[in-house]
Design a protein around this ligand. Sequence first.
Ligand code: ADP
Ligand code: MG
Length: 456
Amino acid sequence: MTNDEIWKAVLGEMETSLSRANFITWFKNTTIVARDKAAIIVSVPNGFIKEWLENKFNKKILQSIRTLNPEIREVRYSIGKPKLDFIKQDFSKIIFERELEDKNDVPLDSDVDKATNLNKRYSFDSFVVGSNNELACAACVAVTKNLGKLYNPLFIHGGVGLGKTHLLQAVGNKVAEYRERRILYVPAERFSANIVDAIRNKSIEDLKNQYSHLDLLIIDDVQFFAGKEKMQEITFSTFNELYGKNKQIVFSSDRPPRAIPAIEERLRSRFEGGMIADIGVPDFETRLAILKQKLIGKNLELDSEVLSYIATHMQKNVRELEGALNRVVAFNQVYNKIPDIKETKNILTSYLNTPYRKTSPQSILKAVADFYNISSNDLLKRSRKKEVVKPRQVAMFLLREETKLSFPEIGQKLGGRDHSTVIHACEKIRSESAIDEPLKQELVLIKERVYNSSDR
Ligand code: ADP
Ligand code: MG
């Protein structure tokens, strides 16, 4: 047997006895680099893994090798460059990969009801109420008790990762609980895709028909409808049909109806016709309570100092807060040790300093263009139309704030403009955003997009 064959067999055996995430953590980039009659040398990427394999897995690895080659009596581990590209594995990377693997391990879809698209994980019980979401949550609960009668439609808006989807799903789950109801939860993006498919298959009437028989229709992230006329038309007619029958509709968006660009006035006025509630950023107490809620069922007790540290440093949104907590939990699983405050600081420092918060001029331009529903190209053109002048100035401002580009470089990126134009734009947006609340909000929302988009 060749070294490769032996090692493959060992890996195959180890893989069956470990979780996928663990397996990847310990055995990625390992290989046999040398063998003599009685010993095998395995190369590993770093000292941390070496120690772990020696102490925790050596016996099993040796056993496994000996079933193939009984003469081998010893396995040694050496830190070195395996045949494949050596990937530097610092601590944060290990944790990060674990997270990714964990996500792949348990496809979220497995908990999702195929007919309603509802995920049981999102309930009112697991939703922490604070002053930032009190009204939105109360409105959602009220809707479940007075379906189609009290607030119709209910429109929830708030920034990324603040709990809109959670609340909307909780509405669906609650309603599903106590009566036989036809419910559909659908992200606007999927709603659109269904419509496009139906148009292609000439089954649009069937689709409309399906929607019109619902008791509760929940459409998440309707800002996505901006500029999509056909979607708006079908949403509008579906809405009218359901509304006329006292059937409940719930919408969410990352901004209030007024701020959604390129949306027909009649649809906007429908959005505004019921109850509008917003979700804001949670305060410290609420963040702490959310952390405690998220720890339930994780079988891990963290020091209160550790919890406050996380709550203090993860202020932006709940998704990020949860992400930080997951890292701490992963640490516990990997090292089998409850992290103390020093280790927590370490984990979070690497979390905050990883490429996570880096951005590129391209992603800023894209986020600005998407937000204002124009093309990135429009930002570069010479046009002086109002619809593009403001987005262009915002883009300049954000490029200056979020990247290290100089004024002339920014001018260059935006279709070769003079640096004085850039300076003027940056000053204008800076001073206006200090007094103009909607503009300030827009900047926050765009930045959220920049830092939350996957193609950063
Ligand atoms: P949005 O749809 O607004 O982008 P999500 O509903 O997806 O945000 O929330 C992001 C994550 O934060 C989810 O895992 C959700 O369960 C959690 N979350 C947000 N707000 C709360 C809260 N008040 N209590 C418990 N979990 C929350
Ligand atoms: Mg959402």
